[in-house]
Design a binder for this molecule. Structure first.
Ligand code: F6P
Length: 563
């Protein structure tokens, strides 16, 4: 069903929000003082996530208007359309069913007359059986030795999700097998990741939804040559190439014909479907490296976490619906308070790739200028997502968040229980280091919300000798919006919940703006031009002449300096 997007700026709710934004003077100190229940009222639970929105720049009227806006643009209907498998990815004419990847086996979801849940669970069983064989050593390389390193070759959604989750779930990995990830076409990536590997114990997973991505196919060929050259150089294998490739290469793709053409045995190919977007695919067979690392049981818990968040998003009224509220708050910050960026700051070293993962999820989804009917968007879309784990970020860019001139809404994420509980024995005392760590998490959101006034600075004695200038420099304005997300621990289920949370935040924002959050046409031009430019880079004069003067001069520079 192709529904014309509602222009959000034409709704009464938008006008109300614009009025509220006009002369908006946030006052978190005052708001908390006037309403002792603010923290409680603005804290919500979604599955295992405990989400405190109270340090956001919101009042009950703003939240009411945001929820009215969501209803006005048809968020609830569009959400249902997505879960039902309607073709809401209009420009690619596809259903959007990453939520089907985590439906329990006894669920039913018919799309075009097929129960996709049956197919999903068949694919999972195939992947799990393979993962078990690799983990147990039953699957061996061509010389009969068991696999010790799994190398995932993929980029974008075929890399960022698996790497992020592999890192996040490090405590759950088998120590028997290491995973590495080659993504960049910069030959440094493959060279360095392969440098110390033993070909007899290495398994490659070529992960590509389309099996047409330049980086991935180039890297797959590099790895195949590396495998064959090194097996022969070590004189451990003298059979046919195909025999070695069959034992050391498997593939994940929706294009199984192309997998076969590459020389990978179709029996060792794991499929998925065009209704799973690349950046929404970590929970499909694209997660094969992760399934090998953490095992089927943990992977199933990961899927269960995602499903729990799906149920929350689908079944909770918007007034208490965490992904919807967080998405709507982002609309408030971006469209009404001019925040162009959004920081995600995990207080968990294990989540160090989470911001990078979210950059693709959010920016490839919502960095659009036209709506799903082809008409121009009517307001700003897609903010820039970025971040680093705390406390590292505190010593780098937090200065700007605390005292800069830009509004930077920030999500702070922390866990009550550490994966590695360590004590610091110091001066006859023993300190739980996780508590020191979390003290920083609590302190930062408090400092951002409430700041420090000039009087408070003076009361500390600052400025007494050096004058008022030093006082001004030490004032913290406060009223910097944050959301605190906590959970008992970073388990596979909780990681799944976090991922699904941000998927649905992204969806919510996309629906408000009326955009197709599931296509990515904006990545195509650069890919096309790279293929056109490549002959010029290799010295083809005609191709060089076809370039603009700047590009031609840069290529000349390259050719002059390349040894
Ligand atoms: O170029 C962008 C993109 O299409 C992403 O959307 C996708 O995740 C990535 O490339 C990799 O694509 P594939 O899995 O088809 O190799």
């Amino acid at each position: 069903m192709h529904v014309t997007p509602v222009d959000p700026t034409g709704t009464a709710a938008w006008r109300r929000l614009a009025e509220l934004a006009d002369g908006f003077a946030p006052d978190l100190r005052g708001w908390f003082a006037a309403d002792p229940e603010r923290a409680e009222r603005l804290t919500f639970d979604a599955a295992d996530l405990h989400v405190d929105l109270s340090k956001g720049l919101v009042t009950p009227e703003i939240l009411d208007a945001l929820v009215e806006l969501a209803r006005g643009v048809g968020l609830e209907e569009r959400r249902e359309a997505m879960f039902r498998g309607e073709r809401i990815n209009v420009t690619e004419n596809r259903a959007v069913l990453h939520t089907a990847l985590r439906l329990p086996e006894d669920a039913t979801l018919e799309v075009d007359g097929v129960n996709v849940v049956t197919e999903v669970h068949q694919a999972l069983r195939h992947m799990f059986a393979f993962a078990e064989r690799v983990r147990s050593g039953a699957w061996t390389g061509v010389t009969g030795r068991r696999i010790r390193t799994v190398v995932n070759i993929g980029i974008g959604g075929s890399d960022l999700g698996p790497v992020m989750a592999y890192e996040a779930l490090a405590p759950y990995r088998t120590p028997e097998i290491e995973c590495r990830f080659i993504s960049n076409i910069d030959p440094t990536d493959a060279a360095r990741k392969l440098a110390d590997l033993d070909p007899t114990t290495t398994l490659f997973i070529v992960s590509s939804k389309t099996f047409a991505t330049l980086e991935t196919l180039t890297n797959a060929r590099l790895c195949r040559s590396w495998l064959l050259d090194n097996l022969r150089a070590q004189r451990v294998f003298s059979g046919e190439d195909d025999e070695a490739v069959a034992k050391h290469f498997v593939a994940v793709s929706t294009a199984l014909d192309k997998v076969a053409a590459f020389g990978i045995d179709p029996a060792n190919a794991f499929g998925f479907w065009d209704w799973v977007g690349g950046r929404y695919s970590v929970d499909s067979t694209i997660g094969t490296s992760l399934a090998i690392a953490i095992g089927p049981e943990r992977f199933t818990e990961f899927l269960g976490g995602m499903h729990a968040m799906d149920q929350h998003f689908r079944g909770t009224p918007l007034e208490r619906n965490v992904p919807a509220l967080m998405g709507l708050l982002n609309i408030w910050y971006g469209n009404f308070l001019d925040a162009g960026t959004h920081a995600v700051l995990p207080y968990s070293q294990l989540l160090h790739r989470f911001p990078a993962y979210l950059q693709q999820l959010t920016m490839e989804s919502n960095g659009k200028s036209v709506r799903w009917d082809g008409s121009p968007v009517t307001t700003h879309t897609g903010e820039v997502f970025w971040g680093e784990p705390g406390t590292n970020g505190q010593h780098a860019f937090y200065q700007l968040i605390h005292q800069g001139t830009h509004v930077v809404p920030a999500d702070f994420i922390a866990f009550a229980n550490p994966a590695y509980p360590l004590k610091d024995a110091h001066d006859g005392r023993s300190t739980d280091v996780h508590e020191l760590f979390l003290s920083n998490f609590f302190a930062q959101t408090r400092a951002l919300a409430f700041g420090k006034t000039a009087d408070e600075v003076r009361a500390e004695g600052a400025g007494a000798d050096q004058g008022e200038a030093i006082v001004a420099a030490r004032v913290f304005p406060g009223n910097r919006p944050t959301t605190s997300i906590m959970a008992p621990a970073l388990t596979p289920a909780v990681l799944g919940q976090l991922i699904a949370l941000y998927e649905h935040i992204t969806f919510t924002q996309g629906v408000v703006w009326g955009i197709d959050s599931f296509d990515q046409w904006g990545v195509e031009l650069g890919k096309q031009l790279a293929l056109q430019i490549s002959p010029a880079v290799s010295g083809d004069e005609r191709a060089a002449r076809a370039q603009d003067p700047s590009t031609r001069a840069l290529i000349d520079y390259y050719r002059t300096h390349r040894k």
